[in-house]
Design a protein around this ligand. Structure first.
Ligand code: NIG
Ligand code: FE
Length: 392
């Protein structure tokens, strides 16, 4: 018989199951308990109704939330871009040109160095309440370097791995971007597909145009990968509509949207993943979350953690910005950072705390999840459980 552990004395438990507790989208249960069995949630409900368990852990009146689902990061990299950030904060614009700096350093790094950097960020993320993480390649940009980055990720505890050969055109193909597109959609894809679940493209002026992105995403789909798109980050463009057309799991960034883009998202099933750390770190205008939510679009929040445009690993930080700067309510932001991220990764086992889901729980040094945005910058995440085991 597997052992059961009861997490008791939770002041307010967010389940993200509207059938629980107060019936809101967050399914909030006050004075709650949660029972874990075999790494999964076995039971949630009010403490007084909790069935007996083999061991108990007293949450001491803290709030509990599902671990954050960070559905967009770029952590397979080496090198440092502090100077680029410094220059930006002195008035230089962000152009994504710095990606090439990281590519050079990443190609020169050993597998061990890549793995060490990835794992260090993963631990940093666990400590801040993230229990599900997606990460992508995109700083190798050759079949050899992209495939080895994905292998490193596949061997780690990262949950979801994405092939982003189409991040930018590397210098050796600057004279012939279409030849690089053919490489990404052909030989590079064949080497990379076994190590990834997703295929991503950076659809932007100066990166890849609509036709190039369609070619790569379609080839990726034929190789068994599911599309997602870096769309409408730096300018208006075709990315969001292409994502919906191809039924991509998510369109990420969504900073510059026309009414047609919003309508397309509202009619399709593609999740809009907003990455406010990026606008914060590039001094750009934030995406209009309110407009998307009011149109009925499913919104996810994620860090986009990468050494260039958004070097934060903190979901609580992104959530606080989304509330203050993007007109999301604290409840909406928490939902988007947990259940929304799970939707963007097409996962039903994370982002919620309901029987059968992975027992991924963050305990907060606070009586309510609202404190995540009410007390910005305060390290409120005090205990983190992933698959029923303590990770921070
Ligand atoms: O999501 N937009 C493209 N890629 C990253 C930035 C990567 C970098 O600057 O190194 C992003 O913001
Ligand atoms: Fe990104």
């Amino acid at each position: 018989m597997p052992q059961t552990t009861a997490l008791t004395n939770i002041a307010a438990l967010v389940t993200n199951d509207p059938a629980q507790g107060d019936g809101s989208p967050l399914g909030l249960i006050e004075n709650a308990a949660l029972i874990v069995e075999d790494g999964q949630v076995a039971w949630v409900g009010p403490t007084e109704k909790a069935p007996p368990a083999d061991t108990a852990h007293d949450a001491g009146g803290r709030a509990a939330i599902p671990g954050f689902v960070d559905s967009h990061s770029h952590l397979l990299y080496a090198g440092d871009r502090t100077q680029e950030f410094n220059a930006r904060m002195s008035g230089r614009p962000y152009t994504a040109g710095g990606i090439r700096t990281t590519v050079q350093a990443t190609r020169e790094a050993s597998d061990e160095a890549l793995a060490a950097t990835l794992n260090a960020h993963l631990r940093e993320m666990y400590a801040q309440g993230t229990t599900t993480l997606e990460t992508k390649s995109g700083y190798g940009l050759s079949p050899e370097h992209e495939a080895r980055a994905l292998r490193v990720a596949a061997l780690s505890d990262v949950d979801e791995v994405t092939y982003l050969g189409a991040h930018v055109v590397p210098p050796e193909y600057a004279h012939d971007p279409d030849a690089y597109t053919a490489l990404v959609a052909g030989p590079m894809l064949r080497e990379c597909a076994p190590h990834a679940r997703w295929v991503d493209v950076f659809c932007e002026e100066g990166a890849f145009d609509e036709e190039q992105c369609r070619t790569i995403l379609t080839a990726g789909r034929e190789a068994g990968l599911i599309p997602r798109v870096h769309a409408n980050q730096l300018s208006y463009g075709p990315g969001v509509r292409l994502a919906v057309e191809l039924d991509a799991a998510s369109a990420d960034h969504c900073t510059h949207l026309t009414n047609e883009d919003v309508d397309a998202l509202a009619q399709g099933s593609t999740v809009a993943t907003l990455l406010p750390g990026c606008e914060f770190s590039t001094r750009a205008v934030y995406p209009d979350a309110r407009r998307l939510l009011d149109a009925g679009v499913t919104v996810a929040l994620s860090t986009d953690c990468n050494p260039g445009s958004s070097y934060t690993s903190s979901m609580p930080f992104c959530l606080a910005i989304a509330v203050r700067e993007m007109n999301m309510t604290p409840d909406e932001a928490l939902w988007s950072a947990t259940a929304g991220g799970a939707r963007a990764l097409r996962r039903t086992d994370v982002g919620r705390l309901t029987p059968g889901c992975r027992a991924d729980v963050a305990l907060l040094d606070a009586p309510s999840h609202v404190h995540l945005s009410y007390r910005p910058g305060v390290p409120l995440v005090s205990e983190v459980w992933r698959e029923g085991a303590r990770v921070a």
